[in-house]
Design a binder for this molecule. Sequence first.
Ligand SMILES: Nc1ncnc2c1ncn2[C@@H]1O[C@H](COP(=O)(O)OP(=O)(O)OP(=O)(O)O)[C@@H](O)[C@H]1O
Length: 339
Amino acid sequence: MLASTPADDFTSADQSAIVRVEDLRKTYRSGWFGSRRLPALQGVSLEVHAGEVFGLLGPNGAGKTTLIKTLLGIIRKSSGSATIFGHPVGTSRSRARIGYLPENLRVEKHHTARSALHLYGRLSRMSSEQIRRRTDQLLAKVGLQGRDRETVRRFSKGMYQRLGLAQALMHDPDLLILDEPTDGLDPVGRSEMRELLQQLRSEGKTIFLNSHILQEVEAVCDRVAVLAGGTLRGLGSIEELTAHSGQQRFQMQVLADPQTALAALPADLAEHAHAEPQDVAAAATACRLVVLCSEDAQIDASVDALRAAGLSIRSLQLQTLSLEDAFFEMVGNAAEELR
Ligand SMILES: Nc1ncnc2c1ncn2[C@@H]1O[C@H](COP(=O)(O)OP(=O)(O)OP(=O)(O)O)[C@@H](O)[C@H]1O
């Protein structure tokens, strides 16, 4: 369970806000005498509540790493406020309760899982006895028991990431900040990591997850912040984000190649549509055409336009908006840079 928190440990009225960010701004300076300014965060405000898995989503250059590094106290904000457990970021009291798994954790190849955890325990000023007990617990938790005396050079990427999670948990932090924890993992590795995150959530840990894998965020996060160009474009549960725009999505099978089908749509709808080739029986050319719209009349308009262009529609289905649809709506052109 989450360690009980003394009431006076929070500076704010909302006891459940573990991370609080208000109007946070960060401008990088470069060039001669810092003459070039790059605003990476432009007034971001959000809260992460106790026990939730909070996802941070955004295309490349959105400001995600800048936000995480600010929370960890690695870089200094330009203005605004950011606190963790009520303590300003960068202070030893805020850092003490964070476990961090960086995007590219590097463990020296000669280490075993056990010796690496020993080192991280030492860095957290734990006693040898505490380290031994905690190491045994964590190796079991992340499924590395029995492999703890092998050097990490023999580890798969999945084992390596699970070791990374164990090091983040070494000092039993209340808040975990995980930067792309499943990057480079195969489907099995991803699913193992997802199960571990769910287990940690059930133990009461608060998890701040930076991931560019939309499906993963959709599967594990209670709430999500969508960042693009240093500003927050959306914040809420998956249901809230997918419902926020009042958008719906419909899918058609059209007997035409993707370009022809897209070109036949009314211009305003083609902007929010995509198409991909589809195999159909017989020699016909077909595609799956997906269109986002905000009112039923637009479905009629699409059907009319496709028919007027002489194209046959084989099927039409209304679908629930996915996080991916909502994401692309929120970040607009910035999404083109999404990895
Ligand atoms: N040290 C720095 N000096 C100058 N500009 C920087 C620095 N670090 C980041 N930036 C710029 O700030 C903006 C935000 O970068 P940031 O790394 O926070 O984005 P990100 O969302 O993490 O992107 P990615 O998904 O590619 O890692 C980018 O335009 C980036 O080029």
